[in-house]
Design a protein around this ligand. Structure first.
Ligand code: ARG
Length: 260
């Protein structure tokens, strides 16, 4: 995670971002600290990345890399405003003993567009990550990568429309409206038991969730997801990250998972 010390909305690269709407920085920081503390109280270790002045989107740490089995695929950002973040992430991994680190040849925005299930890596395309990055990820991780076409600009990253609930059992939740008809069919075929989110929950960025296989941390406004999650044996934990929503992100965007 990366504290939002320099978080601002000074440009707009997704429909959620409006530079005319000021961010309450102390509130953003408090909301982010709440998320960090919640992970810790659930027994998870949180590593911190130093925020950099001039990189206001760094708080969305999920975009900086993808880590599977201890192997690190670096990011390459679609917009120049975020380009410099990739190197900061790579430096962190190299300084922390990760030896298998790949600087990507194609645009990929880390876990914004890569979701890891037990069997697959699901990969978004259409707004940010290049389809070519999918082949690169498949070769590097040696796991089947399933490309999914995102069609609604509000759901510009895969992690705004789909979330892995249990990465030992291929259990996911998603909002079908964010995907092309063909990609919807692929998801229905691979994940027939998925939890299907309705539009209001998706519009509250309810799919931008992090699950440890039992607890699911998600935006508290996504009320429609709480009962279906409980029915499946999960414990939903609602978080208020309203200030981060102004940048187009929530729980998952603020969290990069270090697998293995
Ligand atoms: N303002 C950031 C951008 O548009 C938000 C990124 C959100 N992160 C995510 N994992 N979806 O790039």
């Amino acid at each position: 995670m990366c504290p939002p010390a320099h978080y601002r909305v000074t440009y707009s690269i997704n429909p959620w971002m409006d530079p005319a709407k000021p961010v309450d920085l102390p509130l953003a920081l408090a909301q982010w600290e709440d998320l960090r503390d919640r992970y810790r109280s659930l027994g998870h270790t949180v590593e911190l990345l130093d925020p950099r002045e001039g990189l206001p989107d760094m708080v969305f740490a999920a975009n900086g890399a993808t880590v599977v089995d201890g192997r690190v695929l670096g990011a390459r950002f679609a917009y120049p405003e975020r380009t410099a973040e990739a190197e900061v992430h790579l430096d962190w991994f190299r300084a922390h003993g990760f030896t298998e680190v790949l600087e990507p040849g194609h645009i990929n925005e880390g876990e914004g567009d890569f979701a890891v299930t037990a069997t697959y890596i699901l990969a978004g395309r259409g707004f940010r990550s290049s389809p070519l990055s999918h082949a690169e990820a498949q070769e590097f991780f040696g796991r089947p990568v399933i490309g999914l076409d995102l069609v609604d600009p509000r759901y510009y990253h895969l992690d705004t429309a789909l979330s892995v609930l249990d990465d030992t059992a291929d259990e996911i939740m998603y909002y079908p409206g964010a995907f092309s008809p063909g990609s919807r069919s692929v998801l229905a075929r691979l994940f027939p038991d998925a939890l299907i989110a309705e539009e209001p929950a998706a519009a509250a960025l309810g799919l931008n969730a992090v699950s440890d296989g039992r607890h699911v941390l998600l935006p508290q406004a996504a009320v429609g997801l709480f009962e279906p999650l409980r029915e499946r044996g999960f414990e939903p934990i609602g978080m208020d990250l309203g200030e981060l929503l102004k940048g187009g992100g929530s729980v998952k965007c603020c969290t990069q998972e270090l697998r293995g």
